[in-house]
Design a protein around this ligand. Structure first.
Ligand code: HEC
Length: 122
């Protein structure tokens, strides 16, 4: 998990509180960048949610941080036929718009914010 630990080693800006990170992560799950709610239901969200993936309620208790990180980084490493997009990998993606080649779906900061949010789901 070289990439995962490189991400983990990144220091958040000093004014960022754990609560602010969780709140940003919660917002990202519903944003164009995240789109998690297309496939997952999440607690305390009233909008339309999909059910292609399991509900994320309690996922921070079911999975440890390493499992959450590898799932979000590249779901295909856990399940090769996963339909969940790889949020922090550019490996083996086909038909990528040239302006997005080499870019990850989430930035390193956004990745940490979504992980902070997932960890808080108990
Ligand atoms: C296109 C549908 C889709 C999208 C979008 C999606 N997921 Fe998933 N996700 C899945 C599916 C399906 C699974 C079940 C495992 C599998 O098939 O790979 C899953 C599994 C998971 C798991 C493991 C759940 C468990 O109980 O084991 C987590 C955590 C997760 N997703 C988080 C997210 C987050 C956070 C986002 C947004 C940043 C997201 N997913 C976006 C489809 C999706």
């Amino acid at each position: 998990m070289a990439l995962g630990s490189a991400v983990g080693a990144q220091q958040p800006p000093s004014e960022t509180t754990p609560e602010a990170m969780r709140n940003k992560g919660f917002k990202l799950t519903q944003s164009r960048e995240g789109q998690c709610t297309l496939c997952h239901s999440i607690p305390n969200y009233k909008g339309v949610m999909g059910n292609l993936g399991p509900p994320l309620e309690g996922v921070g208790a079911r999975l440890n941080e390493q499992q959450l990180r590898s799932r979000l980084q590249d779901s295909r490493k856990i399940n090769p036929s996963s339909i969940m997009p790889p949020y922090f990998s550019t490996d083996g993606l086909n038909n990528v718009d040239p302006k997005f080649i080499g870019k990850t779906l989430l930035s390193a900061t956004e990745f940490e914010e979504v992980i902070a949010y997932l960890k808080s789901l108990h």
